[in-house]
Ligand binder design. Sequence first.
Ligand code: FE2
Length: 375
Amino acid sequence: MSAQPWTFNNPVKVHFGAGCRKTLAGQLAGQKLLVVTTARGRAQFTADPHMGTIQADLTWMDRVQPNPGLTDTQAEIDRLAGQNFDAVLAFGGGSAMDAAKALAAALAPGLPCRDLATLIADPGTHLDRPLLPLHAITTTSGTGAEVTPFATIWDHENRRKLSLASPRLFPQTAIVDPELTHGLPRAATLSTSLDALNQAFESVWNRNRTPLTTLMAARAIALALDAIPRLAADPGDHTARAMIAETSLLAGLCISQTRTAICHSISYPLTAHFGLSHGMACAFTMGAVADLVLERAPEALSEVARLSGHGTAAALVAALRDLLAALDISAQCRAALPGTEALLALRAEMHTPGRADNFSFEMNDDILARVLTRS
Ligand SMILES: [Fe+2]
């Protein structure tokens, strides 16, 4: 165990558990709210017995697309600027959370600059005041964005992933109510679950890990390795849904401190160029990275293995490998991707600043080539 000093700062008030969304719906009565969601999310919200009956003045931004774009999000900011809201309500998965964070920032009362690209480029200068309060209600278990101060926004024209990051972007409230994930289709359930599992591991093979993030990651990993095969067999397994919701929350708390690392760094061009879903793009390299870490610096994995009941680091990585093989992750990703040579040609784009540097080792070309070849 490291004797290095460490800090932990996460100001989000978290509500977890079946039915916990009732609490927030009651608290928001009478407010003027901007609800940020997808068309599907709006239908789910409206039909929900607790959210659908909320006594609040709702303005809808229900056009969130997967991987929200700079241009589209700026158009929504321009459309909504000048209206006054008490708070922003994010209802959905990672894309709704990301768009909602951008809107909560850019629509902050009195903000002189509402240009999202400028806010992304220099949040320290421009986000100099409290943003609109953000209440994040998750309908998938994966992103953890309900407890992080980051939003991923895509420059689709230039096939680039951007990150809006500021301590002011922490939501005020996170609602993780597994009941809201019950209707999620199998493919989306597995993809988002793999993102959650990957985020837990990314916080482990990470220079910024602390004893607390390791502890949370170990529980997240133990829950996910049990829950994901159950969900693959039966997406209607509500106990497994609650387990993966907890994984997602814990992994989100971990990366709110450590940020993500090599698998996420490699994943962004795979999503931008080949349309691979975020969860699959992260899962693609997870086994090869786990092998690499096991071989070169297994200490953190050993600690997680002990804490999660897997015994040794080797046994933990074997359990992860078994899961990835059972889900046929490599073949599914390879079907959507070009050959290894073409992937290696993108390696400059795979060095995402602020992600790659968090990895336990320097992410050089040798490591990238090894990981991509063995994924
Ligand atoms: Fe992720």
